[in-house]
Design a protein around this ligand. Structure first.
Ligand code: SF4
Length: 368
């Protein structure tokens, strides 16, 4: 019998793994809660470190997905396991696949609701539910949602993607721009001790892009440490300083306030000089970090998966079984396990697809 794989999550990792598995001949259904696939990458304009268009990466991945059945706009409401087979019940599916699934019984633990709930059989499940961005309003002292000229890095990407000039809320090109690192990450106050890993390089990339748009502007990155961990990241940091004159100030912002003209006063301590610093910027960009995806808590509860203190899902072994869980037939890929870059997400999804293929082609019990 042809094995069925359900991939939950239609971001970069889910799409990549789904495409690979379908190309290997498995019957793959990808379930996505949003109306479109693409995840956070669909919101991004250019990627670090080479500033390749995010849309080109997504187009490449989508080309490999022609055999994947994609169902969007749904919520997973129930997952049950019967020996080595699973049933995933979705709600909100409009029409696609409904008639094909009509003879699959609803699990006993799921109250049937035939009009909007559809059961999907699966030999295994890949969880690629990704992450959410930290809610910037929780850092009240930065004034997001209160001051118009405080925006998030994702909102800045929206503006880059639209191709329109970046302007302040007063319609002026910003002459001074602040970029704040570690918003919602490495922060005991909000309960997130971990580093989100990719926001440093995002802040450097965005600083360069702002300087490209407004060469006469001044751009300041307020950082705790710069974590330029991957190939070519450090070079990008050098480029930001040496070619574009971006300033880097070591210190965490303590508070922000708004001037009558809409500009933002920022206060920090420059921890390299040990002196307090107060300055005014026209636009303040908050590099919001990763937090665990909202939908994952209920899926973890349904399956009995464990999470770490950071809320991200645990794999069976972070060294040797990083795409497996302790439940045979349930696999993980991408940012469901913690912060990752897009290239890491793609690589991890490919690793997960191979693990799943080995599992499905094996007669032995267990998933590795
Ligand atoms: S990558 Fe940089 S900005 Fe992001 S949490 Fe880590 S240190 Fe902070």
């Amino acid at each position: 019998m042809e094995h069925s794989v359900i991939v939950i999550g239609g971001g970069v990792s889910g799409m990549t793994a789904a495409g690979m598995l379908a190309q290997q001949g498995f019957n793959v259904t990808l379930l996505e809660k949003e109306a479109e696939t693409g995840g956070h990458a669909a919101r991004w304009d250019r990627l670090f470190p080479d500033r390749k268009k995010a849309s080109e990466v997504l187009d490449f991945i989508r080309k490999g997905m022609s055999r994947v059945k994609v169902i969007t706009g749904i919520t997973v409401v129930n997952i049950t396991r019967n020996d080595k087979e699973f049933t995933v019940v979705t709600r909100g599916q409009v029409a696609d696949g409904g008639s094909q699934m009509a003879d699959i019984p609803h699990p006993a633990s799921c109250i049937p609701h035939p009009a909007s709930c559809i059961p999907h059989p699966a030999s295994c499940i890949l969880l690629a539910t990704g992450y959410e961005l930290f809610e910037a309003r929780k850092k009240e002292e930065y004034g997001y949602g209160i001051y118009n000229n405080v925006i998030t890095s994702a909102e800045l990407e929206d503006k880059f993607r639209s191709g329109s000039p970046i302007l302040t809320s007063e319609g002026k090109p910003p002459a001074r721009i602040g970029i704040v690192h570690c918003v919602g990450s490495r922060d005991e106050k909000v309960g997130n001790l971990y580093c989100s890993k990719v926001c440093c390089v995002t802040g450097v990339k965005q600083a360069i892009e702002l300087k490209e748009m407004y060469p006469a502007s001044e751009v300041f990155n307020f950082y705790m440490d710069l974590r330029m961990f991957d190939r070519h990241f450090e070079e990008l940091y050098y480029e930001a300083q040496q070619k574009w004159g971006v300033s880097f100030i070591r210190g965490r912002l303590s508070e922000c306030a708004e001037n009558p003209d809409g500009s933002i006063i920022v206060k920090t301590e420059d921890t390299l000089t040990g002196k307090p610093l107060k300055m005014t910027v026209d636009l303040l960009v908050l590099l919001t970090g990763f937090v665990p995806g909202r939908g994952m808590a209920s899926i973890s509860a349904m399956l009995g998966l464990t999470t770490g203190a950071d809320g991200f899902t645990n794999s069976a072994d972070s060294h040797t079984l990083n795409n497996s869980t302790e439940i045979p037939g349930i696999f993980l890929a991408g940012a469901v396990k913690g912060p990752v870059s897009i290239s890491e997400s793609i690589a991890d999804a490919r690793a997960a697809a191979i693990q799943i293929e080995v599992y499905l082609n094996s007669d032995k019990p267990g998933n590795d």
